[in-house]
Write a protein of this length. Structure first.
Length: 288
């Protein structure tokens, strides 16, 4: 038993010595040295050579910074419009649907306007009545059967009825929604037999007879581009190159983006190009 006690005592003393050594080493490390080795070494000085290397990393060549020789563009139709109803009523028929082509003046949508058409017919009859009265008074005036005053009154009443006829005709014409230009149907927002209110959108139409685009180019090119200049565009969807012509240059520069807006149109119509396509424009402006 004494031997076991001696073994435990020896183990306890050895453990105590080991922990004491560790604490001592930690204290020396915190003071800055362990067996003469310096732990807290001073920060190495940044030499001028190092500074030059860092500056080279931060500074980019001017050609890289202003390498925006290509700018993005979006093809848009020559004209586009969302046509709304100018009166309340029920949809009688939809003459054209999405994708169909139409000509300027064609009826796109018709509304039920029985009342308006009846009023128009009645007003036409009134105009005929007052026209006969006026002509009759003119004949009677020749035989001194009526006075000039009565003839003038008949003429004024006739003019009033003609004005009302014009008003009734305008209202009746609103029952038919006509195309403002030749083009195609993009979307139809209503269905037949629906009742719409005045101002409700009916359909969206575009005139894609020619495609236009607007570009925001660096303001440094302001002295290099003029109305009538030509340049090249590459369309993403077709991967093809096309010629475009500058049709307008904004007189002002955007002070925030340092760009100037250009308006351009495709020189030649290409059937594969459609509004909404986009791509890059090469700013190689030329006069031909």
């Amino acid at each position: 038993m004494n031997n076991k006690i001696n073994q435990y005592s020896t183990f306890f003393v050895a453990t105590l010595i080991m922990f004491t050594a560790i604490d001592s080493a930690s204290a020396q490390k915190s003071s800055g040295t362990i067996q003469g080795e310096i732990i807290n070494q001073p920060v190495p000085e940044i030499t001028e050579k190092n500074n030059q290397k860092e500056n080279v990393k931060d500074e980019l060549p001017f050609s890289v910074k202003s390498s925006s020789s290509n700018v993005r563009f979006l093809l848009r139709p020559k004209s586009e419009a969302i046509i709304a109803s100018q009166m309340s009523g029920a949809i009688s028929s939809i003459k054209y649907n999405v994708g169909q082509r139409f000509k300027k003046g064609d009826v796109l949508i018709a509304l039920r306007c029985g009342v308006q058409n009846a009023q128009l017919s009645a007003q036409r009859a009134r105009v005929e009545e007052y026209t006969l009265t006026y002509k009759s008074n003119q004949d009677l005036l020749k035989g001194n059967a009526v006075s000039q005053y009565e003839v003038d009154i008949a003429k004024a009443q006739l003019n009033q009825q003609r004005a009302q006829l014009k008003e009734s005709s305008i209202v009746a014409n609103l029952c038919q929604v006509r195309a403002p230009f030749s083009g195609g149907i993009v979307s139809v927002e209503v269905n037949e037999f629906e009742t719409v209110s005045s101002g409700a959108p009916l359909l969206k139409v575009i005139d894609d007879s020619s495609l236009i685009m607007s570009l925001n180019v660096p303001s440094t090119l302001i002295n290099k581009v003029n109305k009538g200049n030509f340049f090249t565009i590459i369309v993403d969807e077709t991967s093809g190159s096309y010629r475009a012509k500058v049709t307008g240059v904004s007189p002002a520069i955007d002070p925030v983006s340092k760009t100037i807006e250009l308006r351009a149109v495709l020189v030649k119509k290409s059937p594969e190009l459609r509004p909404g396509m986009s791509g890059s424009a090469k700013l190689n402006f030329s006069e031909k």
